[in-house]
Design a protein around this ligand. Structure first.
Ligand code: NAP
Length: 444
C-alpha cells in the first residue's frame, strides 16, 4: 500500500459531502479528506436552502454525515476560501482539490426599481427563514401582497411558506424570530409570475401540487387559458402540471383570506414605489395579453441562482469550466489535480440527490488521474491559518451546535430549533475568538 493520498474539498454542502462519500466508496485506497467550509456547520443548501417544512429531504443530512465517521475525514469550518486560504496553498498541500462551493449569488432582472427596499432575492428570503447566520431580517410588517417572479421550485417554496398558516410551520426548525415574524404577518395575496406559459414552467409536479393544496387558500389563474393549451406534444411532467392547476382551480373556493394568483405570459417591466416597493408593472410576453399593475409590498426575485468566481480558479458564466469535473483553463486544457462538482460545475439546476451522480462522475475523473498526480507534502495548514488568526472549527464544534439546536427545539416541543446568530454559533465553537475583523462578524 502506497503513501495515503490527500484530497481537499472546498464546501461541505451536499455536493462536497457526496464527493467525500464517493471518494471513500470508489477509491481502492481511500484518501485522507479535508472538507473546508466558511461556516461552522456542514450541509450547505440542505441546511440553508431546503425548505424547513421539507423534513424528509433534510433527513438526507443523516446519511451524508456518515462521511465524517471515516477515520481520515476532517471538517474544517470557519475557513473562507480565497481569504483564509488560497487556491495555490491548497494545490501545494493536497494531491487533489475539489471545488464544491455551489452558487452563492442570484440572477438579476435588470429593470427599474429592482433595488427599492422591499425588493429582494428569493435566495435572501430562503436564507432568512432557514436561519443562515449571514441572512438579513426580512420584516413582513405592512406586507399584504407579495409578487414572486419566476416559476421554479424556489418560487414555489417561498410562496408556500408565505401562504401557509404559520401554525403549520411551528413544528419546523425555523428560528424563533422567523416564526414570530411569520405569525405576525398579514399576507393576503401571493402572485407567482412566469414569463412563459404554465406548460413551460420549471417547477416539478409534486412541489406544485403541495403549493396548490395549501389549506385555506384560493387559487386563480391569469394571463392564460388552460383549456386553450394544446397538450399533445408536451412532456409528461408539463401535462401533469397543467392537470394539477386545472384541478386546483376547480376545487378552489371563490375567495379565501389568503390567495395564490398564478400569472403567466408576463414579465416585470418596473417596480414602482415611494422609497419602497408599492407595485409591479407587468408587460405581456404572449400574443393576447394585456399590461397589468399588481400592488406589492414585497417582491421576491426567484429567477435562478448564480455561481460566483473563486480567486485563482477559472470561471465563466456562473460556473467553473470543466470536463466531467476536471477544471479547464481558458484555452481548454485541464488543470491537473483540480476538480469541480455540484452547482459550480453544472449550473444551479437539479435536486439535492442530483449531486450524487454528479459527484460520482467527478470522483471517477479524479481517481483516474490520481496515479499521474504528484504526491504533495502536507503543508502545515494549521500553522498557516493560525498565522492569519484563523482557527478552524471542528466536527466536535458542529456536534455541540447540533446538540444545542436539538435542546432548544426540545424546550419548544420540536425536533430542532435553528441557532441563527453568529455570536451564539461562535459561542458554541470551542476557542473561537470574539474579536471581529474588518466589520466581519466571523472570528478573526
Ligand atoms: P429554476 O428551476 O431554474 O427556475 C427559474 C425560473 O425563473 C424559471 O421559471 C425561469 O423562466 C425564470 N426566469 C429566469 N430568468 C427570468 C427573467 N429574467 N424574468 C422572469 N423569469 C425568469 O431555478 P430555481 O427555482 O432557483 O431552482 C434551482 C434548482 O433547485 C432547480 O433545479 C429546482 O428544481 C431545485 N429546487 C428543488 C426544490 C425541491 O425539490 N423541493 C426546491 C427548491 C429548488 P424560464 O423557464 O422562462 O427561463
Amino acid at each position: 500500500m502506497g503513501e495515503q493520498r490527500r484530497v481537499a474539498i472546498v464546501g461541505a454542502g451536499p455536493s462536497g459531502l457526496f464527493t467525500a462519500a464517493a471518494l471513500l466508496a470508489q477509491a481502492a485506497e481511500p484518501p485522507a479528506i479535508d472538507i473546508f467550509d466558511r461556516l461552522p456547520t456542514p450541509f450547505g443548501l440542505l441546511r440553508y436552502g431546503v425548505a424547513p417544512d421539507h423534513a424528509s429531504i433534510k433527513a438526507v443530512a443523516t446519511t451524508l454525515a456518515r462521511v465524517f465517521e471515516a477515520p481520515d475525514v476532517r471538517f474544517l469550518g470557519l475557513v473562507e476560501f480565497g481569504r483564509d486560504v488560497t487556491a495555490a496553498e491548497l494545490r501545494s498541500g493536497y494531491d487533489a482539490v475539489v471545488y464544491a462551493v455551489g452558487a452563492a449569488d442570484d440572477r438579476r432582472l435588470g429593470i427599474p426599481g429592482e433595488d427599492l427596499p422591499g425588493s429582494r432575492s428569493a435566495r435572501q428570503f430562503v436564507s432568512w427563514y432557514s436561519g443562515h447566520p449571514d441572512a438579513e431580517a426580512q420584516p413582513l410588517d405592512g406586507v399584504r401582497s407579495v409578487v414572486v417572479v419566476g416559476v421554479g421550485n424556489v418560487a414555489v417554496d417561498v410562496a408556500r411558506i408565505l401562504l401557509k398558516d404559520p401554525a403549520d410551520l411551528s413544528a419546523t426548525d425555523m428560528p424563533d424570530a422567523v416564526l414570530a415574524e411569520l405569525c405576525a404577518a398579514r399576507i393576503e395575496d401571493v402572485w407567482l409570475v412566469g414569463r412563459r406559459g404554465p406548460e413551460h414552467a420549471a417547477f416539478t409536479t409534486p412541489e406544485l401540487r403541495e403549493l396548490l393544496e395549501t389549506p385555506g387558500i384560493a387559487v386563480t389563474l391569469e394571463g392564460c387559458d388552460l383549456a386553450a393549451i394544446d397538450d399533445a406534444g408536451l412532456e409528461r411532467h408539463a401535462r401533469a402540471n397543467l392537470a394539477a392547476i386545472g384541478r386546483a382551480l376547480a376545487a378552489s373556493p371563490a375567495s379565501a383570506p389568503r390567495r395564490l394568483h398564478l400569472l403567466f405570459w408576463h414579465r416585470p417591466a418596473e417596480l414602482a414605489g415611494d422609497g419602497r416597493v408599492r407595485s409591479v408593472r407587468f408587460e405581456p410576453t404572449g400574443g393576447g395579453g394585456a399590461p397589468l399593475t399588481v400592488p406589492a409590498e414585497l417582491v421576491l426575485r426567484s429567477i435562478g441562482y448564480r455561481g460566483v468566481p473563486l480567486p485563482g480558479v477559472p470561471y465563466a458564466e456562473g460556473r467553473i469550466p470543466n470536463l466531467e469535473g476536471r477544471v479547464l483553463e481558458p484555452d481548454g486544457s485541464a488543470r491537473p489535480g483540480e476538480y469541480a462538482v455540484g452547482w459550480i460545475k453544472r449550473g444551479p439546476v437539479g435536486l439535492i440527490g442530483s449531486n450524487k451522480k454528479d459527484a460520482a462522475e467527478t470522483v471517477a475523473a479524479l481517481l483516474e488521474d490520481l496515479s499521474t498526480l504528484p504526491h504533495r507534502e502536507p503543508a502545515d495548514l494549521e500553522a498557516l491559518l493560525a498565522a492569519r488568526g484563523v482557527r478552524p472549527s471542528t466536527l466536535e464544534d458542529w456536534r455541540r451546535i447540533d446538540a444545542a439546536e436539538i435542546d432548544r427545539g426540545g424546550l419548544r416541543g420540536r425536533e430542532r430549533t435553528k441557532i441563527e446568530a453568529w455570536h451564539e454559533l461562535l459561542g458554541l465553537v470551542r476557542g473561537a475568538p470574539s474579536v471581529h475583523r474588518d466589520g466581519d462578524v466571523r472570528p478573526a
